[in-house]
Design a protein. Structure first.
Ligand code: ZN
Ligand code: ZN
Length: 417
């Protein structure tokens, strides 16, 4: 097209003949033809050239078309309101903590229609969409006031301009905090668990708490995090989960806490760690807190961690050596059909999972209790490895011994990898 000037001027005339149009909207139709200038400057230059041609030819019709209008029919005067959009957005941001931002625009139906009407005449070969220019120009104004940077890929906050409603809404990027947790008591689920009866609304069954359990690892940890980040809520992502009645000991289990709508992003994680641990009493301990990224949640969820368990079982009537030998028979590939106790939330499948090693840690006939150390692959259900789950898990300790055995206490002592 460059070098084909008459055609370009024809196109510019066609744009002008559609109605009175501002320099922004005129220049934007040719945005892809010259870079390093604003649409407004480009539009003004085109208007100037056409004005000179009109003077030479004394073309009254063209003269009237190139007049700079009071109100542009395409943008409806929006580019005269860039300042007020920028200050509206800055008001909305208030004292939110952010380093980078991005402006987005939800166009009104009228403006979208106007733009499409114009493109029917001019085509879109050289044009830039109206909302791109709005985003950029409002962004430039905000950057000059705040000294903050525009970030197109991962802004801390997106300011969404709603043209019809003349409002600005914010989308604040979540914060992610990685850590490991230990759960030192039994009877606490990992994540908040809404009442099955009322699904959180509150009913007699849940004593109007809306929950199956009064507290969870997730809720215990998040109280201080929500405070520190002045956030709306959190979402807990664990690297697997232990049973409610199992403790999580050793170095703890990796987790990522997603902090939703944080108004503060600069958080002293060392101090936060101390605060969380004070708040959780002796129930939960977090360690190793550090900042994480969104993509790490997927990695955390996908990673298969080998586990080490300590399982306590009753041992009256079982010979110590018999038990030790039986453990060798379950140190192998285990065929495990989805346990009956989790069938309500997991599909009924048979999986192969390996038990890497077993060890009889202690054996006390007088206490009627033996402790077995089991190192196994991720996804193996240890309670069923012991009980056999009515033959759904094989081999199992109960199956090898030929007696009923059930775990009385279970601890996770290591989540590896
Ligand atoms: Zn305009
Ligand atoms: Zn309920």
């Amino acid at each position: 097209m460059s070098g084909d000037n008459p055609a370009l001027l024809e196109l510019a005339r066609a744009v002008l003949s559609e109605g009175l149009i501002c320099d922004h909207c005129l220049g934007r139709q040719f945005a892809k033809l010259s870079t390093g200038t604003t649409n407004r400057e480009r539009g003004a230059a085109i208007r100037l050239v056409l004005a000179m041609i009109a003077d030479m030819g004394d073309d009254e019709l063209l003269k009237s078309e190139i007049t700079l209008p009071k109100r542009c029919w395409v943008c409806n005067g929006m580019f005269e309101e860039l300042d007020s959009w920028a200050s509206r957005a800055l008001d909305r941001l208030g004292n939110l903590e952010y380093m980078t931002f991005l402006v987005g625009t939800r166009m009104s139906g009228l403006l979208s229609e106007n733009e499409e009407l114009l493109w029917e005449t001019t085509g879109t070969d050289y044009a830039e969409p109206l909302k791109s220019e709005t985003n950029r120009e409002v962004g430039k104004l905000m950057a000059s006031v705040t000294g903050k940077e525009v970030d197109f890929t991962e802004p801390d906050v997106v300011c969404l301009l709603d043209i019809s409603h003349e409002t600005v809404s914010l989308q604040i990027r979540s914060l992610y905090i990685y850590g490991r947790y230990q759960k030192l008591v039994r009877g606490i689920p990992q994540t908040r668990w809404y009442c099955r009866e009322c699904r959180g609304a509150g009913c007699e069954r849940c004593n109007f708490t809306g929950k199956m359990y009064p507290e969870s690892v997730d809720e215990l940890i998040s109280v201080k995090v929500i405070e520190a980040a002045d956030a709306a809520d959190t979402t807990f992502h664990g690297a697997g989960r232990e049973d409610i009645d199992a403790r999580m000991l050793g170095d703890g289990r990796p987790f990522i806490l997603e902090v939703n709508d944080p108004k503060k992003r600069e958080i002293d994680l060392k101090m936060l760690e101390t605060e969380i641990n004070e708040y959780c009493g002796e129930k939960v301990i977090v360690t190793n807190l550090r900042s994480a990224e969104h993509r790490m949640v997927k990695e955390l969820k996908a990673a298969a961690h080998d586990k080490v368990y300590l399982a306590t079982i009753p041992c009256a009537g079982v010979n110590r050596d018999t038990l030790a030998w039986a453990l060798k028979d379950i140190t192998c590939e285990i065929s495990q059909r989805t346990p009956v106790r989790v069938l309500h939330r997991r599909s009924d499948l048979t999986r192969m999972r390996r038990v890497h090693s077993t060890l009889l840690e202690s054996f006390s006939e007088s206490d009627d209790s033996a402790v077995i150390r089991i190192e196994c692959e991720a996804g193996l259900y240890v309670k069923e490895l012991i009980s056999g789950d009515g033959g759904r898990t094989a081999p199992s300790l109960a199956g090898v011994l030929g007696v009923d055995v059930a775990v009385t206490a279970l601890d996770v002592v290591a989540v590896k990898g």
